[in-house]
Design a protein around this ligand. Structure first.
Ligand SMILES: Cc1ncc(COP(=O)(O)O)c(C=O)c1O
Length: 358
């Protein structure tokens, strides 16, 4: 039987949860951000450049202290473009075992760039220079050669952990000692800068290329930038084209990113406070444990594999969490989940844990 679609029917209304803590990507552009987007001056960015996109790229390059930045539709594409231009097919790239690039970019490193990943497990949390040194293979005709090192700051899988500048510099020194280019996945580098007081540019000196995202803590709907030297970004521009990432009147999106940069960076400190508050609220309930968050991500480790149950019970109370794996759920503070809402509805997360772990 063919379904009959009534064109006059009211659109299905999906009820919003009271609090959506699944990710900082769920934010919706604010009214002011939408106005800035609607008013953006635009051109054809693929043909001869979009003025607002150019402005965004110049601002990002300046803040990161790099020669040039390039706007991408997503952080994943920018990460892969960085790897595509700086690694060599048939080699391996070294990165933290819990890196986003390993777990959430569906093997693009293999499928697009022709490299294998060498996951390095940190002795404590995110990998550090001694872990990297220990992970480098002795050169041999039988061993795959390394061609690149990728870092991530803040580190999503490690619960938004900040790698401090000193540790990042040591990692970069090891890589540079081996003549390996360094890419920094800085999807949440804004959070790292706000939490640590280190400037974006200081963090960026530790890497040849840096990806920063606008669609997470900054609240923009779409986009990321890749920054680096003129030469590397010129090549990344070709990669973006090859990956199908050329965008025409991209200024509408770039204006959202610019708005986020101007208005939503300093307020990230509030998200960090909210995350700490939530962590304290749920730590220990039913045997769950939480590492004190450095930034806006709260990883809740469960004493047994019941993440689906916790997520379902929290949703029934109106709070959405995400399952990280069977024994871990994630809650993220963001622009649309501010401290007030977390104070009001956070106890429902505690309730869901208590019920699931009773
Ligand atoms: C650390 C990190 N890197 C990269 C990305 C990918 O960004 P996008 O979703 O824009 O592709 C994410 C997304 O959540 C992330 O958390």
């Amino acid at each position: 039987m063919t379904a009959v679609i009534d064109p006059n029917a009211a659109p299905a209304v999906v009820p919003l949860p009271l609090l959506d803590l699944r990710s900082d990507t769920v934010t919706r552009p604010t009214a002011a951000m939408r106005r800035a987007m609607a008013a953006a001056e635009v051109g054809d960015d693929v043909l001869d450049g979009d003025p607002t996109t150019r402005r965004l790229e110049a601002v990002v390059a300046e803040r990161l202290g790099k020669e040039r930045a390039l706007f991408f539709p997503s952080g994943s594409m920018a990460n892969q473009a960085a790897i595509w231009v700086q690694s060599t097919p048939g080699t391996e790239i070294l990165l933290d075992a819990d890196a986003h690039i390993i777990h959430w970019e569906i093997a693009a490193t293999a499928a697009l760039c022709g490299v294998q990943v060498r996951p390095i497990r940190g002795a404590t949390s995110v990998f550090r220079a001694p872990d990297l040194v220990a992970g480098i293979r002795a050169p041999s005709i039988h061993a795959v050669e390394p061609s690149m090192v990728c870092l991530e700051n803040t580190h999503n899988g490690a619960g938004g952990a900040v790698t401090p500048l000193g540790a990042l510099r040591e990692l970069a020194e090891v890589a540079r000692g081996l003549q390996l280019p360094v890419h920094l996945d800085g999807a949440r580098l804004w959070n790292a800068a706000v939490a640590s007081g280190t400037s974006l540019a200081d963090f960026a000196t530790c890497a040849d290329t840096v990806m920063v995202s606008f669609s997470k803590g900054l609240g923009a709907p779409v986009g990321a930038c890749l920054a680096g030297s003129e030469d590397v970004i010129t090549r990344a521009h070709r990669a973006r084209k090859r990956f199908g990432g050329g965008m025409r009147q991209s200024g509408i999106l770039a204006a959202g990113a610019l708005y986020g940069l101007e208005h939503h960076v300093d307020r990230l400190a509030e998200d960090h406070v909210a995350a700490t508050y939530l962590a304290q609220l749920v730590d220990g309930i039913g045997g769950a444990t939480v590492i004190r968050p450095d930034t806006n991500i709260v990883m809740i480790d469960l004493p047994r594999p019941c993440a689906d149950d916790v997520v379902a019970r929290a949703a029934a109370h109106g709070v959405r969490l995400s399952k990280w794996h069977n024994s871990r759920v994630r809650a993220v503070a963001h622009l649309d989940a501010p401290i007030g809402l977390i104070a009001e509805h956070g106890p429902k997360v505690a309730q869901a844990l208590a019920e699931a772990l009773a």
